[in-house]
Design a protein around this ligand. Structure first.
Ligand code: HEM
Length: 402
């Protein structure tokens, strides 16, 4: 049904602010919350884009992948930080790409990697607690050290230069947004890392036991072209490292701010999985996604014209009071059946969600088994980025269990 045939469809309210202004980047929950409360769909005048802001209309809209496609997203222009496959594809090409990637990021590989992730997590936490109570930066000492080891190992990448991945995120997390000095600085910071990723996604750089080699094996089986395989590998790179480190560090910040939730998890360890889900609802690593209206559509009773580019505001939707009671509280015993959109929804749901969940679960379990209390040991510092939510510093005090 189009808006023209439906009398009660309204035009989107106009938002005159700028979701990419520094004020908004510094306090994204406040900024995106204000936009969300204007209506389920808002017109962002400054960029001539629409935004879908509330949980239920967004979830419904994301099912409508034929009319709300991905081939022409906001701020799209060719860029090395934005692989052309997967996120920017529609069916039928998206279907092939997704099935290849899902075949290596699920199933037997999960069983294989769980043992390895657990061993690495336990080794790291034992090392950190070797001398008793300790103050650490949960971003660098826990999230980065752990993910920088297990994620490239899982892919089968060389050891040399891995630390450059830390800078790659500056590109990935800032390419989605308007051109500005801020963006140029971030992309410049990431240039060397981009070069490293470029070089290390070729077939001859892959460890035979890694996921990269498994993807290239599908080329030999005639399932896809060589360059397609490389782009898929790049896509896993671009999406899988910084999102996971950011989410893990944010989770420890949430526990640091809410030490009673750690005590609750100790009393009820069966909440471990829910604790992680709640932490990525509360602090989603990905603030925005994008779509384009291939036809006129009505979302939440509001017209979005054909040709419109659309922001999906995941972060604001995660705090939608229509979906969650007291959404600004971090509560690990929340009813998680309500789900969240922090891994997206619909055909573009995060291809690495099972891997990210596994990485987080193994680390959180290792910490839970060893740590009696977590408290903030200073003021955390946010990492400021166009499209992401994360921290660059999360000082916490860990006291080991006796
Ligand atoms: C907590 C960590 C993560 C978060 C919060 C996250 C978030 C997201 C979101 C929101 C999307 C949807 C984009 C959209 O619809 O526009 C997405 C897609 C994707 N993610 Fe993740 N991600 C995480 C970890 C990972 C990991 C570990 C990998 C790879 C191992 C990965 C690979 C991908 C890929 C390939 C896509 C594109 C899927 C498609 O377009 O069909 N992600 N992710």
């Amino acid at each position: 049904m189009t808006a023209a045939t439906t009398p009660d469809v309204i035009e989107a309210p106009v938002y005159e602010g700028d979701p990419f202004a520094m004020e908004s980047l510094l306090d994204p929950h406040k900024a995106d919350g204000e936009v969300r409360e204007m209506g389920p769909v808002v017109y962002i005048e400054k960029y001539d884009y629409y935004a879908i802001t509330q949980f239920a209309p967004m979830q419904k809209a994301l099912r409508d992948f034929r009319r709300l496609g991905s081939g022409d997203r906001p701020f799209y222009e060719d860029n090395p930080f934005r692989p052309k496959v997967l996120v920017l594809e529609d069916p039928p090409s998206h279907t092939l790409s997704k099935s290849v990637v899902m075949s290596v990021l699920s199933g037997e590989n999960l069983v294989k990697f769980e043992k390895y992730f657990t061993a690495e997590a336990e080794r790291l936490v034992d090392e950190l607690l070797a001398d008793g109570p300790v103050e650490i930066d949960a971003y660098h000492d826990l999230a980065v050290r752990y993910v920088l080891k297990v994620f490239p190992d899982m892919l089968g990448l060389p050891e040399d230069g891995r630390e450059l991945l830390l800078k790659f995120g500056e590109g990935v997390f800032n390419v989605f947004g308007p051109a500005s000095d801020f963006q140029r600085e971030k992309l410049a910071l990431a240039a060397e890392a981009q070069q490293w990723v470029e070089e290390n996604t070729y077939r001859d750089r892959q460890d035979p036991n890694g996921i990269g080699a498994q993807i290239y094996a599908m080329v030999d089986e005639g399932k896809l072209e060589e360059e397609h395989a490389r782009q898929l590998l790049k896509s896993i790179f671009a999406a899988g490292f910084d999102t996971t480190t950011a989410s893990i560090a944010s989770m420890f910040r949430a526990f640091g701010d809410n030490p009673e939730q750690w005590q609750l998890l100790k009393e009820r360890p069966e909440l471990l999985k829910d604790a992680w889900e709640e932490s990525i609802r509360y602090y989603p690593a990905s603030r925005y996604g994008g779509r384009a209206a291939y036809e006129e559509v009505v979302v939440g009773g509001t017209r979005i014209p054909k040709g419109a580019k659309i922001l999906t505001m995941w972060l604001g939707a995660g705090r939608d009071p229509r979906q969650y009671d007291n959404p600004d509280e971090f509560r690990i015993d929340r009813d998680m059946k309500k789900g969240h959109l922090s891994f997206g929804f619909g055909i573009h749901t995060c291809a690495g969600n099972l891997i990210a969940r596994l990485e987080a679960k193994c680390l959180l379990r290792a910490v839970l088994e060893r740590v009696d209390s977590i408290e903030l040991a200073g003021e955390p510092r946010r990492a400021v980025a166009y499209q992401a939510f994360g921290h660059e510093y999360v000082p916490v005090r860990l006291s080991p269990r006796r």
